[in-house]
Design a protein around this ligand. Structure first.
Ligand code: AKG
Length: 376
C-alpha cells in the first residue's frame, strides 16, 4: 500500500466523509467529545484511497506526533484562504440572496409586530441578547435533550415558503434554475456530508427554529454580549446533520467556525475571529443580508461555531435577526397502556349515556337540531 499523500484535497475529503465512524441521523450516537483518531473508519478510507492510515492522518490533520489540525494543515497549502469549493469540502456553504426582499419584510414584520406589539415570544439568551424557540421543547441544562412529554410547537408561518424551498433542496429535488439558486447543494451534500440520510437526500423535515436577535444597545459589556453568540457545538444526536441559518435585517453578519478558537460560550470580537482565521485557526464566513448558510460534515461534527460581535455601543442602530433551522425527529407517540385505555373507554361510554339522556330531555323542545352534537 502506498503512503504517498498525493491525493487531491477534494478526493481526500470525499473519501473521509464516506466513512465516518459515527454520525447523528444514522442511529449511532456521536459522542460530544471525540479524538481525531476516532472520527473515521481509517481502514475503510485507506482501502478506498490506497493510502496508509498514517498518510491519511498526516494529509488531513498534519504530520504527527503533534498534529497541527485540520485548518492549519489547509493553511499550509495553496488553498488558503479557502475558496468557495474549499469551504464546501469542509462543510460550509453560503447562498447569497436566498431570502427574497418581500419575504424578509414579511418575516421581520411578523417577528416584531409593531401594530399589535405581539411579535415573537422573545426570551433572554443565556449570556445576553434575545431568542425565541419553536418546535421541540428542550429539557433545561440537558445539552438540548428533547422533552418527549411536550408536543412540538408550530414554526412561524412567515417561514413556510422558505422552509418548503429548503426541504426541496435537502431532498435534491430539481429546481427551475431561473427561480431558485440551488447553489450546488445536492453535489456538496452527496459528496461531503457524513450521514447516510443527508447524503441520500433523506434528511428529516426542518422541525425546529431558533430565532436570534443580535443588536446594539446597552453599555459596552452588555452591548457586546447582545451581538454575539459564544462558540459551541450543536447537539450531534438530537438533530440531523445539516443545520441551516438565515441572516436577516443587516448586511454585516458573520458566523465563525473553529476547533481551537475563542473560549467556549464566551462573546468574542470580530477582530479576534479575523486574527484566528489568518493563523489558520478558523473559517470566518461573511453573511450579507438575506443570505443562507448551511453547515454539515467536518464543520458540523469537528468544528465549533459562534457569532462574533463587531460594533461598539456608541454606534447604535444595528439589529440583525437570524433563523436557525434544524431537523429534530418528532418523538413516536406512545401507545396508551391497556388498563388506561379500558378505563378511558369506560368513561367515554358513561359520558355518551349521560349525553343521550340529556338529549332525550331536549328532544321535545329542539327537534330539528340536537343540543349536543355527539358525533365527535
Ligand atoms: O445566529 C446564528 O447564525 C448562529 C446560531 C447558532 O449557532 C445556534 O443557534 O446554535
Amino acid at each position: 500500500m502506498s503512503s504517498s499523500p498525493a491525493l487531491a484535497t477534494d478526493a481526500l475529503f470525499a473519501a473521509l466523509a464516506k466513512h465516518p465512524r459515527v454520525t447523528a441521523g444514522d442511529g449511532h450516537p456521536m459522542p460530544d467529545r471525540c479524538r481525531v483518531e476516532d472520527l473515521f473508519d481509517w481502514e475503510a478510507v485507506a482501502k478506498e484511497t490506497k493510502m496508509s492510515r498514517e498518510a491519511l492522518l498526516d494529509a488531513t490533520f498534519g504530520p504527527g506526533p503533534r498534529r497541527a489540525g485540520l485548518l492549519r494543515t489547509r493553511r499550509g497549502t495553496a488553498q488558503w484562504p479557502l475558496t468557495e469549493e474549499g469551504r464546501r469540502q469542509l462543510g460550509v456553504l453560503v447562498i447569497p440572496d436566498f431570502v427574497q426582499e418581500d419575504e424578509e419584510t414579511k418575516i421581520l414584520g411578523d417577528f416584531f409586530d409593531s401594530e399589535t406589539g405581539a411579535g415573537l415570544p422573545w426570551e433572554e439568551r443565556e449570556g445576553g441578547g434575545y431568542h425565541a424557540s419553536f418546535g421541540p421543547t428542550f429539557i433545561p441544562k440537558s445539552g438540548y435533550k428533547v422533552d418527549k412529554s411536550k408536543a412540538f410547537t408550530e414554526l412561524p408561518s412567515a417561514l413556510d415558503s422558505i422552509r418548503s424551498r429548503l426541504q426541496r433542496l435537502l431532498r435534491f429535488d430539481d429546481f427551475d434554475a431561473d427561480t431558485v439558486n440551488d447553489a450546488g447543494v445536492a453535489e456538496s451534500l452527496r459528496r461531503y456530508a457524513m450521514s447516510a440520510a443527508t447524503r441520500g437526500g433523506r434528511q428529516g423535515a426542518l422541525s425546529q427554529a431558533f430565532v436570534q436577535r443580535y443588536e446594539l444597545d446597552g453599555d459596552e459589556m452588555t452591548c457586546n454580549r447582545k451581538q454575539a453568540l459564544g462558540m459551541h457545538f450543536d447537539s450531534r444526536n438530537a438533530n440531523a446533520e445539516v443545520v441551516i441559518g438565515l441572516s436577516l435585517g443587516e448586511d454585516q453578519g458573520h458566523i465563525f467556525f473553529s476547533r481551537s478558537g475563542p473560549h467556549k460560550g464566551q462573546p468574542f470580537p470580530l477582530s479576534l475571529a479575523k486574527a484566528l482565521e489568518e493563523r489558520g485557526d478558523g473559517i470566518l464566513v461573511e453573511l450579507p443580508r438575506r443570505a443562507l448558510y448551511m453547515f454539515y460534515g467536518f464543520a458540523r461534527y469537528h468544528l465549533r461555531h459562534g457569532v462574533p460581535w463587531h460594533h461598539d455601543a456608541a454606534r447604535g442602530g444595528y439589529r440583525r435577526v437570524t433563523v436557525t433551522l434544524r431537523s429534530v425527529p418528532r418523538p413516536m407517540p406512545t401507545a396508551a397502556p391497556a388498563a388506561k385505555r379500558r378505563r378511558k373507554d369506560g368513561e367515554d361510554a358513561k359520558q355518551r349515556r349521560l349525553m343521550e339522556m340529556l338529549q332525550s330531555f331536549a328532544q321535545p323542545l329542539e327537534k330539528a337540531a340536537p343540543l349536543i352534537d355527539l358525533t365527535d
